[in-house]
Design a protein around this ligand. Sequence first.
Ligand code: ADP
Ligand code: MG
Length: 538
Amino acid sequence: MLTQFRVFGVKEKICILKGCQERRRDRPEFQHHTKPCTVSMAGNAPSSVAALKCSAGVKEELETQKSVFDPHGVDPNLVRKMEYDALVWSSLHGLVVGDRASQMSGRLPGVGLVHAPISLLPMSFPESHWKQACEVAPIFNELVDRVSLDAKFLQEALSRTKKVDVFTSRLLDIHAKMIDVDKKEEIRLGLHRSDYMLDEQTNLLLQIELNTISSSFPGLSCLVSELHRSLLHQFKQHLCLDPERIPENNAVGQFAEALYKAWAEYNKPRSVVMIVVQTEERNMYDQHWLFTLKYTYQVRSIRKTLAEIDEQGELLPDGTLVVDGEAVAVVYFRAGYAPTDYPSESEWSARLLIEQSYAVKCPSIAYHLVGTKKIQQELAKPNQLERFLENKDDIAKVRKCFAGLWSLDDSSTVKDAIQRPGLYVMKPQREGGGNNIYGDDVRLALQRLEKEGMEEDAAYILMQRIFPTISPAILIREGVSYKDHVISELGVYAAYLRNKTNVIMNGQSGYLMRTKVSSSNEGGVAAGFAVLDSIYLV
Ligand code: ADP
Ligand code: MG
């Protein structure tokens, strides 16, 4: 049945988290974030359930106030209706992913589809923080571009990591080869997503990471915003929530436009956009949404794995990349960010071939490296941002988003993390979810590294753990809904396109809210930890 509910007892876990927040006050490094939390979230709002029972008399007033609401307080019959409609809407509008239960669903489109994991209703999010995240998006784009131009900085900052992390080392080797031949990237395309959590205690919007490769869900995130708007319209009488408070989300349109404009700058009308994909991809519809650009812009696209590119690709003497007989104008990576994407030398040759060519790369090897956790940590050091940005206001805005970030050669931080591991996250140089270390495992990992006295510590960074507000939500996965308590992570997409000195695009380009049960550490939707969500501005 579609409407089965499973309510998890999460009280104990919430208490544990609160305990961490209490203890965190002792830590001097966190003292500058000590403003009390003023975000009124559903769980704390005494009148939240009343807002759902809208009588004609109070309705107008409730509509005008920026009310937050408690989905757990919604009448179960109404929830069942909304769930049913949400599932119909998702099926009809392509808010779908490949079903794990179907063997071919990751290879063949149209086979074994299931609705994407979603939250039934949007998540409350403060408008001021939403504006802050949008405002800083073009500055982060600029920062990525500037840092990517400093090859020496990238090589030096990652030099210790290189010794212990084979994957990063291979990326750096390609980067070094490009330095040797003085390779210039004139057309520079970045399709980024900066991820944030709103720390409850300090009320600060803190960056989790900046994705410069394979930023996922520009396609499906727009659909979730649309679905939520449609449900709020349809059930307006009962919910009293204003659909207009869900911000416009056109990530797919903006990313498609950026890909098209990059293709136009390359200026070879018969060339194609090539999307680099994994052999098996259950999130293929998100990618296919982006490539409806062929209908809007009449640009042809091809999908290839790195192994296929190695087999079918060649470099013409003028630097043109030809794959399967097609000249490639733009290479858009939705693979190539994880070691598993390079099972043999063939995939590495393909990555090098692409980098050597004059095709526009999204991302170039340098942009890819700028998105590593180590570079994030280096940029958070004092006076580093000043090397790349001139405008003092811009620097302050970027710095305000930085959480505490440390290298493992910072012995006092390592000591503190061993004593209070719950306040930290330990991160390797990996992408794609499921790689971080949390809680007591941080202590164990740090003690192991200390004991072994190896250079392996350079493979990790330490980050302040962010504790967002826990809110009630209804999550739907594979047709089954769950009432749960959740935390959310806002991703803001941003497209950047520059040809020589001409900046053609640079701006916020939509958003993705990901919501996960509060007891889960990791956040990936594709990795099975989170669901897709949208935001309701309060
Ligand atoms: P990945 O490249 O694997 O996506 P992230 O840095 O985004 O790596 O971490 C994965 C997930 O772990 C995030 O989506 C978030 O849910 C959680 N996470 C990461 N850093 C923190 C942090 N400092 N505090 C709390 N949760 C975090
Ligand atoms: Mg992430």
